[in-house]
Design a protein around this ligand. Sequence first.
Ligand code: SF4
Ligand code: SF4
Length: 99
Amino acid sequence: MGSKVQTKKLKKPKKEKRTKIRIDYSICGEDGKIDPRDCAKCLKVCDPAVFMMHSALDLIYKDPNDPQRWRINPQWGSLCTHCLKCVDICPENAISITW
Ligand code: SF4
Ligand code: SF4
């Protein structure tokens, strides 16, 4: 006599929605008219410090003082609390966030 094995159908784990933060670099950064070093408002307003500013990776071959070679990077998007302060404060509407 075989013993009856009870199986329980496992629920599929809920897919965690990821926060997507996009900076339009055609506005702010290497292709845009805004030098993020002069603005950096998003950087300052974000409490969990989601953003970082860095030079473009190929900077070594370019002029390091070229304002269009810097960019804001939403490096730690998982820390975002969706407060939208950065979106509101960006003078160029260069930030979009979805989650
Ligand atoms: S929505 Fe708020 S927490 Fe998220 S990146 Fe912008 S300022 Fe930071
Ligand atoms: S607030 Fe907007 S314009 Fe200013 S650095 Fe951030 S993304 Fe660029």
